[in-house]
Design a protein around this ligand. Structure first.
Ligand code: ZN
Length: 396
């Protein structure tokens, strides 16, 4: 009797299904090589991006079901669940809980996208957890609860080699360096897709792409660096002035020498007060900006604060972060806030926008002011390329 063969056409249709549903994952969906695994009873993936498929399962599941499982496994590989499992010291006893946690991290984003799993997918709520978290969080919640068990996803999910992987001799692997390049490619596809068609990429994938392309740094330091650089670039626009005589005048006799004048910049802080902002993080960001500006010697006459959602509600001058009244709560348009800041007199030369990023932006930045955008909280639409951006997120 000849060995069972895989239905290649159905696998091709499944890949196509995955790539059409999740175009930003396409390069990963097509990257894996397939290994025939009779008797496996499922489809699994190894750390080297090879897919193990039981021919009987391929015959039984529809192309959409196989495609859903492919996209799920691509999730394990892109999110590097194998390496993360090793970092946690996952062993035989904790393997099942880890796979359930990793599955919940992936499926959370997939169920919204109308996939058709052949088996009931594990979701964060089924583990008694809030959605939108990382596998490590779910794992901590369920590690001591043996009732949560997952299916076999392979070493690509848990990092522990399996017997059947020996069958893969001669099937090309994707090495860690190529895998990293592939992850970066997918992450930039996600970004451009999320930018061109807002709402099409689940937030979990956007967060993953952002974290990969912009490793987290301490936002306080990053924000301080950008704001100080903004103030310095403006304060550095030194001008010669005859208002105050030069100290060198004494050596030049009757000739009046101009002195270097260092103008103190005016700074506007535009605060997004729309409903989606996290108050604690926003308050921390405002306090931080104010502290930085005081640190560079800016007094209240040089600082304006505007609260803004779809329209600018109020222009406030503040002496204390507590005086900031958060208003609004509707849709957001930070372009209106920037326009209002530019109408102020004296006109600000540095505008710091603190927003959750769910806002349209003008196509071009202001000509006579530098803009620093502090993106508060997780998950944003893309920030404008003409501004300096800092992600304000608590590092966990
Ligand atoms: Zn899985």
């Amino acid at each position: 009797m000849s060995a069972p063969r895989l239905d290649e056409q159905r696998i091709a249709a499944a890949r196509l299904w995955g790539a059409l549903r999740f175009p930003y994952l396409a390069s990963a969906v097509f990257a894996s090589r397939v290994v025939t695994a009779p008797g496996l009873g499922t489809i699994a993936v190894d750390r080297s991006w090879r897919l193990y498929m039981d021919p009987a399962v391929v015959d039984e599941w529809s192309a959409a079901e196989i495609g859903s499982v492919l996209v799920h496994h691509v999730g394990h590989l892109l999110r590097d669940h194998a390496a993360r499992a090793q970092q946690l010291g996952i062993d035989e006893s904790s393997e099942m809980a880890w796979v359930a946690a990793a599955d919940a991290e992936i499926n959370d984003d997939l169920v919204d996208a109308d996939v058709s799993f052949p088996v009931e997918p594990i979701l964060p709520t089924a583990l008694g957890c809030e959605p939108g978290r990382f596998a490590e969080d779910y794992f901590r919640a369920i590690r001591d609860k043996p009732e949560f068990c997952a299916g076999e996803c392979g070493s690509g999910a848990h990092g522990r080699g399996r017997r059947w992987e020996l069958n893969a001799d001669g099937i090309p692997q994707i090495n860690p360096a190529s895998a990293h390049l592939l992850r970066c490619k997918v992450a930039s596809e996600i970004r451009s897709c999320a930018g061109n068609l807002p709402g099409t990429v689940p937030l979990g994938w956007q967060r993953w792409a952002d974290a990969l392309l912009e490793p987290k740094v301490d936002w306080r330091r990053a924000l301080a660096a950008e704001v100080r650089a903004g103030v310095a670039s403006v304060a550095g626009c030194v001008d010669y002035s005859y208002m105050r005589p030069s100290r060198r005048a004494s050596v030049t006799g009757d000739v009046i020498m101009p002195a270097l004048r260092k103008p103190l910049p005016t700074v506007a802080i535009v605060i997004d007060t729309s409903g989606s902002m996290s108050d604690d993080l926003l308050a921390a960001a405002v306090a931080e900006v104010k502290g930085i500006l005081q640190g560079v010697g800016l007094d209240r006459d040089h600082l304006h604060v505007l609260s803004c959602d779809a329209y600018v509600h109020k222009v406030q001058r503040i002496t204390s972060a507590r005086q900031i009244e958060l208003r609004g709560g509707g849709g957001t348009n930070m372009g209106a806030g920037i326009d209002a800041a530019l109408q102020l007199r004296p006109s600000p030369s540095l505008i710091v926008v603190l927003t959750d990023g769910y806002t349209p932006w003008p196509a071009d930045g202001p000509k006579r002011a530098r803009v620093v955008v502090g993106l508060v909280g997780a998950g944003h639409w893309p920030a404008p390329s003409w501004a300096r951006c800092v992600r304000i997120e608590e590092v966990t």
